[in-house]
Design a protein around this ligand. Structure first.
Ligand SMILES: Nc1ncnc2c1ncn2[C@@H]1O[C@H](COP(=O)(O)OP(=O)(O)OP(=O)(O)O)[C@@H](O)[C@H]1O
Ligand SMILES: O=c1[nH]c(=O)c2[nH+]cn([C@@H]3O[C@H](COP(=O)(O)O)[C@@H](O)[C@H]3O)c2[nH]1
Ligand SMILES: NC(=O)CC[C@H](N)C(=O)O
Ligand SMILES: [Mg+2]
Length: 525
């Protein structure tokens, strides 16, 4: 391989902020590999990680409280640049001899900071020049506490009327702190500020590009797998499709995909997956028709968590059966991506509540005979998509909305029955078809229909109708952790509603879900 794309890497220590993943995505966007670890990461592990620079992220706690988190001391002893953002800046100040003042009052939202003092960090980056000749930056703030005394060696780089030390820096050691959030798009020069830190001050090269990532992943998979056989569960969703394309390029015929028709898929999904992979790309795909099996196991099951568990177990059973038929399959490939890894780490440390069990995380049996191949483990969804395009998958496949493994099973708010699934599939298809027609599909992040097991009276062509209710759900989100319901035009919703009620005789009423996440989740179960 021509270069090690992981050699130039940034370490991000997380203090529990909502924005830490966003920082990581920005660093990757700049073209540099990074990892997020908890703030109490082991000192030896930090040394071994050998970062070219460290970012201390934000967090909900207050540095002024006893027992609040601190950065491991080694962070300041590695002789690499360190950037503290918000809580990260505050703890940096406190740990290096400055002082932080607590406050109940939060400064939240847009702010204009004055740039004061020269530094290799912020020089030449500005939004505007005020009448008095002072340079300004438009930034986004979210804090209560503030640094009131600089540590030795630091000077003030930016200030606002309410926050005298809005940025600080020590050019000799390349330690910097910003009270504002450069990772959010509201901070207009945020990406330039982060680029300056990562490319110029840390001296990282931008090696993390789709072409390099693909080349690296192929080499890694070949080294891991040798000439053994690999089985991949292919859903037709973005992640497993990208894994299929990647493995096909890396190991060709050693790859066999199993597409499981569990009876809970979208309309024509099976045919589309087979056409795309088996017919066009020459990938070996087995279609496992397991509708009977899934539906019979789901009989009488109404609890959402119970459904997810039944579906997860049945998937593994089908994979096992197919692997046995193929003989000597040593590896099971999965489309696990970086957010899955971060979120299940959170679940492991007990810091996060289990809201719902995603079918593919932690669902694998302990005594599983396979070794795992997970080439997307380090990637965010937007990176997975870029890799998909790099590998030649069509735009429509790469930019499709995600579809959960339990599929329509968690969109039928009752016992799963084939007649319900058939109605839901058609309603969902109409909704998606209209979104595409109205050029709204790519303006929403995820959209689908939900089957409500409630009967409602209607009148269609002079006749009474007493049938089921369909709810439409469409959201806008970047990370699927939080989401806003999509403000679709009324005329559009009207068209969809009319089509569903007119074309599907089992539906008498359509509603639109106007809940955001939180407090609601994206799926209804
Ligand atoms: N119908 C299916 N047949 C085979 N494997 C499946 C099926 N549904 C899900 N899987 C497996 O479960 C994994 C997780 O599903 P998940 O929905 O998170 O990812 P995806 O379907 O690949 O992508 P997307 O998030 O875009 O839907 C998939 O990568 C795939 O390996
Ligand atoms: O593969 C999956 N297996 C699951 O069990 C599962 N549950 C939810 N989702 C998807 O995750 C995203 C967030 O969904 P929630 O807000 O409902 O938790 C949304 O994109 C959901 O569609 C799943 N995906
Ligand atoms: N966003 C943050 O990192 C906030 C830091 C700290 N909790 C404060 O309120 O100032
Ligand atoms: Mg999916």
């Amino acid at each position: 391989m021509s270069h090690d794309i992981h050699a130039h890497r940034i370490l991000i220590l997380d203090f529990g902020s909502q924005y830490t993943q966003l920082i990581a995505r920005r660093v990757r966007e700049i073209g540099v590999y990074c990892e997020i670890h908890a703030w109490d990461m082991d000192e030896a592990a930090i040394r071994e990680f050998a970062p070219k620079g460290i970012i201390l992220a934000g967090g909900p706690e207050s540095v002024t409280e006893n027992g609040s988190p601190r950065a491991p001391q080694v962070v300041f002893e590695l002789a690499v640049p360190v950037l503290g953002i918000c809580y990260g800046m505050q703890t940096m100040a406190a740990q290096l001899g400055g002082a932080v003042q607590g406050s109940e009052e939060r400064e939240f939202g847009y702010a204009r900071v004055d740039l004061v003092g020269k530094s290799s960090f912020l020089d030449g980056i500005e939004d505007a020049v005020a009448d008095d000749g002072v340079l300004n930056l438009d930034v986004w703030m979210s804090h209560g506490d503030k640094v009131i005394e600089l540590p030795d060696g630091f000077k003030v780089l930016a200030s606002t009327p309410s926050c005298a030390i809005a940025a600080m820096g020590d050019d000799a050691r390349h330690f910097y702190g910003v009270q504002f959030h450069p990772e959010v798009t509201h901070t207009k020069q945020g990406l330039r500020i982060l680029s300056r830190f990562i490319l110029e001050l840390c001296g990282c090269e931008a090696l993390w590009t789709p072409a390099n990532i693909v080349e690296d992943a192929i080499a890694t998979v070949r080294a891991q797998v040798g000439d053994a056989k690999v089985l991949l569960g292919l859903s037709g969703g973005v992640d497993s499709s990208v894994v299929a394309a990647l493995l096909h390029r890396a190991i060709g015929d050693q790859l066999t995909c199993v597409f499981v028709d569990n009876g809970l898929l979208r309309l024509h999904e099976g045919e589309q997956v087979m056409a795309m992979f088996a017919e066009n790309m020459g990938v070996k795909v087995i279609r496992a028709n397991a509708e009977e099996k899934f539906l019979s196991r789901l009989l009488g099951v109404t609890d959402p968590e119970a459904k997810r568990k039944v579906i997860g177990r049945t998937f593994i059973e089908v994979f096992d059966e197919e692997a046995t038929k193929l003989q000597d399959v040593r590896f099971l490939a999965q489309g696990t991506i970086y957010p899955d890894v971060i979120e299940s780490a959170g679940a492991k440390t007990g810091k996060a509540h289990v809201i719902k069990s995603h079918h593919n995380v932690g669902g694998l049996p302990e005594d599983m005979a396979f070794e795992l191949v997970e080439p997307l483990r380090e990637l965010f969804k937007d990176e997975v998509r870029k890799i998909g395009l790099e590998l030649g998958l069509p735009y429509d496949m790469v930019y499709r909305h995600p579809f959960p493994g339990p599929g329509l099973g968690v969109r039928i708010l009752a016992e799963v029955r084939k007649e319900y699934a058939d109605i839901l599939r058609r309603a969902d298809h109409i909704f998606i078809e209209e979104l595409r027609k109205a050029d709204l599909y790519h303006k929403t992040s995820q959209a689908f229909a939900v089957f409500l097991p409630v009967r409602s009276v209607g009148v269609v062509g002079d006749a009474r109708r007493y049938e089921w209710v369909i709810a439409l759900r469409a959201v806008e989100t970047i990370d699927f952790m939080t989401a806003r319901w999509a403000h679709l035009p009324y005329e559009f919703l009207e068209t969809v509603s009319n089509r569903i009620i007119n074309e599907i005789s089992g539906v008498s009423r359509v509603t639109y879900d106007i809940s955001s996440k939180p407090p609601a989740t994206i799926e209804w179960e």
